[in-house]
Design a protein around this ligand. Sequence first.
Ligand code: WT7
Length: 659
Amino acid sequence: MSEELIFHVKPHIAASASVNAKSLALMNNHASLDPDPFWLEQARRLDWMRFPTIAGSGGFGGPGDETVEISWFADGTLNASVNCLDRHLASRGDETALIWQGEIEAQTARLSFHDLHDKVCRLANVLKAHGVGRGDRVATYLPMVVESVVAMLACARIGAVHVVMFAGFSPSGVASRIRDSAARLLITADEGRRGGKRIPLKTMADAALDELGDAAPPHVLVVSVTGAAVPMKQGRDHDFATLVEAAAPDCAPEEMGAEDPLLILYTSGSTGAPKGVLHTTGGYLLWASLTHEMVFDHRPGDVFWCTADLGWVTGHSYVVYGPLANGGTTLVFEGTPSFPSPGRWWQVIDKHAVNGFYTAPTAIRALMRDDPAVVDAARLDSLRVLGSVGEPINAEAWLWFYEKVGHARCPVIDSWWQTETGGMMIVPVPGAVAQKPGSATLPLPGVRAVLVDEKGQVLDGAAEGHLCIDGSWPGQARTLWGDHGRFVQTYFTTYPGLYFSGDGARRDADGYFWITGRVDDVINVSGHRIGSAEVESAFATHAAVSESAVIGVPDDLKGQSLAAFVVVRGGAAAAPQDLRGELAAHVGRQLGRYAAPDLVVLVSDLPKTRSGKVMRRILRKIATGEHEQLGDVSTLADPSVIDSLLESMAGVRNAGPTG
Ligand code: WT7
């Protein structure tokens, strides 16, 4: 697709948007010339108990200096739940803060700011009564229900740190996150609904708690979602609704320092187990709120729908904190795009008159495959801004989204960011920046995105390299929970003095960024970040496996899919017929179904260098059938491994991806 394809700023958006080309230029200037006053001015958008006098401090270290200290608004105090709820009570307390749309069409709830405030205060009191206080971690393992949002804000209210876990995680995944964060309390549900099926969450939570043994939190609150009868352990398990109803509806908010932790979110890296990305209160909230307003051109009364699960950072920043801090109405949808029938999402948009809609390329690509009459049947006339996040969006999907969903009337904003950045970083501000399909366009004010080459030289002008950020921004993660050394090592040592994103990118002559994807061993499957090391560790727990290597291969729908080359004990030739399927299922049970490889190849050996490093580049070529162009294989310890890999791969082509 040609880069010449450009969609200019819509005059009707520029005329009314809170940020237009002129004001964006002013912001950019102010942020770069005079950052501290600029950020203190931006801080006014939050409701502080004590307004800060200092903006950013600390730094990323540099060559020979590995001290990374990041701090924003350090002498300010505030409470995130007050910003999302209390401060709207006087002006719009009876307006809708949250619309919940159940998977079952007739199940809808509308909660005003008053209603949500009431629920949050009650749960906050319940948490306190169960021994949770400032700085304690509370884990949640919930489906897309109102209680999940209430839980996050109730933690914020009392200064507890929420650790939200995606309901698709396996019991082991849940156990490892609870163990690492040493959560004192778990909130889960009887069951979740997904595409007409039920997910036995309580049973899975129980398995996680068993695995934890003495490290299990002493209290578990159980939300009744489907009403299924689930075993309740005396003294440990409590019915959520019973406790909440009995609790007092007022709870004074804790006065938190801007740098006090608000949340931990586990995300995958290229090595080891998922790491607990920690965000603090002031900077994170400011970033979520500012970016939500600027990028979605948020206006009072707007209904905003971000389709992400609350278990990912997108759900945190753009289902909960951004829209609610801005006094908007956020929509929480329990269901899936095509259940009970194709077009469900479009019906939800029409039913609830959604203005801002934020989703992922993988979903757009799946919806494009529906009968065109499905999307054409919807009005979609409430929409004003469309957003995409999570992976590169191909031009075809961008154009379909723009024409079929936005009716060529709504700007499409492709937003690049990460769990670690807290909110959007490179993204077109719709009233100011022309869009090119496939490009995340320009960095937001105060974000100094740079490209560096292999040696760490910063590249000028049109160039391609590794994407780094030069200098901190308020939304940046401050550390990895319990392991600051790993934080420094992961993000700040590859290019000393710079934050390294792990992504590659190209910048065109207009300064627009085109993200090309991860350059480390992180694989992005349908917008879910999966570390190759994590999947390899899961394989290693199977008795038949001696070693494995996991790579990402291009996938039309998912962006990337997982392919695994597995060395089995006793040799590939002697392995039982169904072992490949069994191994894929094993990984699914270990990590969650989303991480089960689509392709498993049993091999007798992996291609390794003489120093024992697996040459993933070769595996990628073999998995994608490009073995004619393997490139330089002279560093292989044993070149004969290639023929045996090709033979195994040919066997797979005959038998099917997982046997
Ligand atoms: C990784 C971060 C950011 C919230 C959702 C994912 C990829 C994200 C884009 C985009 C190309 C993108 C990157 C990034 N990514 N947005 N617009 N274009 N790639 O958060 O799980 O922390 O994943 O997602 O590779 O590093 P995450």
